[in-house]
Design a protein around this ligand. Sequence first.
Ligand SMILES: CC(=O)SCCNC(=O)CCNC(=O)[C@H](O)C(C)(C)COP(=O)(O)OP(=O)(O)OC[C@H]1O[C@@H](n2cnc3c(N)ncnc32)[C@H](O)[C@@H]1OP(=O)(O)O
Ligand SMILES: N[C@@H](CCO)C(=O)O
Length: 489
Amino acid sequence: MDVSVGLVQTHQETFYDPLFLDSGASLPSFTIAYETYGRLNKEKSNAILICHALTGDAHAAGIHEGETRTGWWENLIGPGKAFDTDRYFIISSNVIGGCKGSTGPSSVNPEKGENYGLSFPKLSIRDMVHAQKRLVEYLGIDSLAAVAGGSMGGMQALQWAVTYPGFARKIIAIATTARSTPQQIAFNEVGRQAIMSDPLWKDGNYSKDKPPVSGLSLARMIGHITYLSDEAMHEKFGRNFQDKDNSKYDSPTEFQVESYLHHQGTSFTRRFDANSYLYITKALDYFDLAINDSLTAGFAGIKASFLIVSVSSDWLYPPYQSEEIVRALAANDIDVQYCEIRSKYGHDAFLLEHGQMSYLIGSFLDHLNVRDVMETDTPAIMENSSINDAARVMIENSVNHLPITSENGELIGIVTSWDIAKAVACDHKNLEDIMSCSVITALPDETVTEVARRMEERSISAIPVVDEKNRVIGLISSDAISTLIGRCK
Ligand SMILES: CC(=O)SCCNC(=O)CCNC(=O)[C@H](O)C(C)(C)COP(=O)(O)OP(=O)(O)OC[C@H]1O[C@@H](n2cnc3c(N)ncnc32)[C@H](O)[C@@H]1OP(=O)(O)O
Ligand SMILES: N[C@@H](CCO)C(=O)O
């Protein structure tokens, strides 16, 4: 059986200082629903905020008492999983504007004593993030190890990096964009029109017992098509009929795909509020991190490392949008890793491709720096040494790479066992004749991944690690790296 965080509860916290919104309006007070998994460490340095997508909620992992469904990222959050609750304190909250315990249009306006409905102010992704910051501070946390999410959750993660530079050390943004495209806005608008065309919607003043279920169901059916791929639909349903005995002309849901979409639409109306759908999709539409159409300008000043993941078959948030994020980050010299995962599931792959996602997220969160892997007791020799001295030191210490330093410890060259062999074969007498003077080096705070890539490109099996004054402080070897990868699995 899978290891899980087990029984969990959704908590609620109300904040009584107003939340000022991008629209110019404000919420006099607001409530945030949230769950936490794992333990906050003494230094309060191990918190990770998880952000949900359009229709998600705070219940990202574990199980609620008396229920059977686990949280929506159950496969990624838990002991020993990518978001390892033995090491990290995970926070997951419902966005403001939502309908799963946080303040949204279905909540009571404290100033009027009635539901907000359409009097709820317009929201942005940044407003959602401002509200999350209040929660994080309430939990006593003044920096986050990471913020992570898929789809709209990825937008929130990016927004955190822009709005609160340096607050989160790592950002994980999956199947997302830095600015909504006309096509995304178009699908959202069709969904909204489906809701607003339902006579039960009543300009947003529907009663709790009579919500606009046909409109909301239709909105979800349209949305759900965009979360799948052509291939996934072929594989799931083919052209199969739902009822094999009564196949054609006389059933409203002849094809399996029709039946499936109706099921997705209907079950959605049991868990989601129509007005929340209108507000949250609008927040998606407004989302644009570019400044004067430049994402590079929009990302200036960011201080975090990024993992950006796209899905090969995602036609709603296609990989080119992730690539745009990566280019703009790289243009700002921001550390970024990018992977397009191969998947047939389409956009919803961020909820389904557990293997690939676990690997990427797990390695990104745990990635080690050169400092963690380098050997520090490696020998070096002075510049005026002889070839014999070099050979002896190499044999005595069983090393194949020997940095050569000046008197003050500065790196001036390197000699390898291959160079020594060459010296014997070609009868060279001086160390200067065989040593390499333009040495590829590593810095202690670089990631092992970056350095491994450099070593692979140059076909080098070990490189000296130097400090800011180019003094040798250790050596990193491909052997040490492969031992590490073997250990990490
Ligand atoms: C990420 C966030 O932040 S939260 C939001 C995420 N959660 C959701 O989107 C919930 C709704 N979405 C889904 O269920 C998504 O499809 C996923 C991605 C989460 C799950 O995908 P899968 O495991 O592949 O499930 P699938 O898409 O096949 O749907 C299964 C459901 O369809 C039903 N179904 C399958 N075929 C048919 C059919 N021919 N006719 C009618 N119903 C059908 C199943 O009975 C099942 O019903 P249930 O969910 O009520 O138990
Ligand atoms: N299935 C996800 C996809 C939207 O990104 C949701 O409903 O939130």
